[in-house]
Ligand binder design. Sequence first.
Ligand SMILES: Cc1cc2nc3c(=O)[nH]c(=O)nc-3n(C[C@H](O)[C@H](O)[C@H](O)COP(=O)(O)OP(=O)(O)OC[C@H]3O[C@@H](n4cnc5c(N)ncnc54)[C@H](O)[C@@H]3O)c2cc1C
Length: 475
Amino acid sequence: MTTNPESYPPSRGGFARQARTQIVIIGAGYGGLAAYLTLRSHLDWRRRCLSLVNKHAYHYFTTELHTIVAGAEDEESVTVDLSLAVRPPARLLLAEVDRIVPEESRVILKPAPSTLRVGPRPRRGRPAVRGAAGGADGAGEAVATASPLHPYFSLRYDFLIVALGSEPEYFNLPGVRENSVVLRSLRTAEALRARLRSLASLGGEGRRYPEVVIAGGGLTGVELAGDVADAYGERLRVTIVEAAPDIMPGLDPHLAKVSREVLQEKSVTLLTGVPITLAEPGRLYLRDGAVVPFDLLIWAGGVRGPALLARSGFGTTPRGRGRVNARLQAEGFPNVYLVGDCAAFVDPVTGREVSPSAQAAVQMGRAAAQAILARLQGAAEPEYRPNIRGVFVSLGRDEGVGSVGAGHYVGLPAVVVKELIEGHHAFEAGGLLQILKRLFGRRHPVGTPASMPEWSGTDLTGPPPFPPEPEIHTH
Ligand SMILES: Cc1cc2nc3c(=O)[nH]c(=O)nc-3n(C[C@H](O)[C@H](O)[C@H](O)COP(=O)(O)OP(=O)(O)OC[C@H]3O[C@@H](n4cnc5c(N)ncnc54)[C@H](O)[C@@H]3O)c2cc1C
């Protein structure tokens, strides 16, 4: 008897003569990894081939990037080596997705610079990648071989799960993109930490305090402000600018009030109800006429879907998220599933789009994987039912707020629950090893140099991550 729900008798002619079903997941963040883990434990590998494509060699816990900025955690604690997480016969491709050609069921890939390799280790000593930058090895799914002249290759799929996350949304505000930095990857977290340290070393007693302005008082901006204030507060000034009347719009008003008080105790200035109109080097202009000086502007004002969705011909919302049906299938392309931040899923209960969150991304990743498994078995596809159980926000080292249903958590209990949630994800993604790394990982207290991690991908493209180093004047 088999416990594998995907196992059923082979058709006449046996497996050898059949092309294996190609299932491809692009993006190994919260949604992509959840989809991979669900499929891995249920696939009939004689008939199916599962590939996970990502531009970094690691999965990182975006929800904990603010701790890297503060030097409270090291990179090892918030990353999982994908070559350990992705085990044979599933395959890992380190490459950047350039676009999808849904009409031809192909993904066009570009090897991540100098890092293209296919993992886990190729079998029988054969190189998994042909040539300096070749196509993928195996069942013939790579149809074009990359070369220095044609650095792209394509990957055919029968089922595709798109889990590419999001991009910053600047709302066309002049000068904001050019003069701000966004916390969105391990690398940007490291760069921010380095910049904050250098600014902090310039400020302090008898000197002007460098100004750090966080544009956006949502969850990301608030968590970052709490940690930056704890780590560097004695030598920097931290300000949050938020267009809505209060920080963390949508959060229970009592918890928002507690958060405000905690941040103010940490000397974080809160400017709420004041939309930003434009930015220029060192100055942020607000609609009420105020000008906020900054030495570092961190943009946490919102996200939108990845540009490549529209470029690939998918239907998108004004915020660039891909339109999906109740089963997370992309409009007009039933073999493509969109999950996580890049999907505009409308909750049938509330009639509103599910907000981007790690929790929603994990649920969608699992739901898309289950829908594919059902289709492979000829069963009815389940619909995705969002079940957002609560929200937890850290406000620095030992403060936090959170809610589950009608229950509220404030202070240490909220911190503990958030830690448990993050620990659970770490265990699912990286197993016991990841928990040990979290317990015994190195820290980078403020003032100690940190090594830059290995990284790959495109985060370096686009505008420079930081405006020119401002001059810090002494009194
Ligand atoms: C600083 C910060 C703090 C946050 N805090 C919280 C929190 O406390 N709680 C919460 O619920 N949510 C939080 N969020 C939001 C949460 O992280 C996202 O909603 C979640 O990561 C979405 O998961 P995803 O799988 O859709 O995308 P991601 O987790 O972003 O994964 C996308 C993956 O795709 C890869 N990728 C992207 N483009 C390409 C390409 N072209 N080619 C190949 N690979 C590509 C990326 O490398 C990445 O691995 C936070 C976000 C940020 C930025």
